[in-house]
Design a protein around this ligand. Structure first.
Ligand SMILES: C[S@@+](CC[C@H](N)C(=O)[O-])C[C@H]1O[C@@H](n2cnc3c(N)ncnc32)[C@H](O)[C@@H]1O
Length: 220
């Protein structure tokens, strides 16, 4: 599937005057294939999106730049990132978009539609991953999708590299939360099936050395 060409500099400019966030978002958009691929995974043009662990809200900008004007709510436990996400959303003049501070291990927002869970699972222990996955799956409407990006535990060198980089990210302070565990494809597929979702797995590592996969689950 061909992906849209994102206006990377224009999106990154929404994070100015914070130069750190400008360069961070520009490099993420340039290097990580996630942001060009994710908008196309939300196949229905009207289902609202709940972005779990949204960080600075890059998904919102990519959705809008790809012509997907879906109502959007981003939640994250990191209040500083949520503040940055709100400011950038305002600078981008995005309507129907909001952000909330929310620790998903304590509270799960009420929602019906589509759900994004991008690079978040690895920061939760396996039992908590199962709980979050169940809560996310329960929100998915008939026409909605659950879009997950995650590293997978499969014994490959990419899998080991992904774990090591996630640990390093915490150690150098990029991530407040520490790496906990990678799910396996079998665990993920079985967990989604228990909630009536059928999942499609596609590798999404682009030119990176990571074992990243895009998982799109929906009701058959
Ligand atoms: C690697 S970042 C991914 C950000 C965003 N989803 C993206 O792909 O650009 C992981 C995010 O998960 C958030 N996170 C980790 N544990 C969380 C929790 N218990 N509740 C809410 N957010 C959490 C972190 O604060 C961080 O912003």
């Amino acid at each position: 599937m061909s992906h849209p060409i994102l206006p990377k500099r224009a999106i990154a400019a929404h994070f100015l005057p914070d130069r750190y966030r400008y360069w961070y978002s520009l490099s993420k958009l340039a290097i990580d294939p996630l942001y060009a691929a994710a908008p196309g995974a939300f196949r229905d043009a009207s289902e609202p999106v709940l972005d779990l662990g949204c960080g600075i809200g890059l998904l919102l900008h990519c959705l809008r730049a790809s012509g997907r004007n879906l109502p959007y709510l981003g939640v994250d436990t990191d209040a500083v990132k949520i503040e940055a996400a709100r400011n950038a959303s305002a600078r981008g003049c995005h309507n129907d978009a909001s952000f909330e501070v929310c620790d998903l291990s304590v509270r799960f927002p009420a929602h019906r539609g589509s759900v994004a869970l991008l690079d978040v699972l690895q920061y939760l222990p396996l039992p908590a991953q199962g709980t979050l996955l169940s809560q996310a799956a329960e929100c998915v409407s008939k026409k909605g999708q659950l879009v997950i990006r995650t590293g997978l535990a499969d014994g490959s060198w990419r899998s080991a590299m992904t774990r090591a980089t996630d640990r390093l990210g915490h150690w150098v302070g990029w991530m407040k939360t520490s790496f906990k565990a990678q799910p396996s494809a079998q665990e993920l597929r079985a967990g989604l099936r228990r909630h009536g979702l059928r999942a499609e797995f596609k590798p999404l590592w682009g030119r990176t050395p990571f074992n990243n996969w895009l998982v799109v689950a929906q009701r058959p």
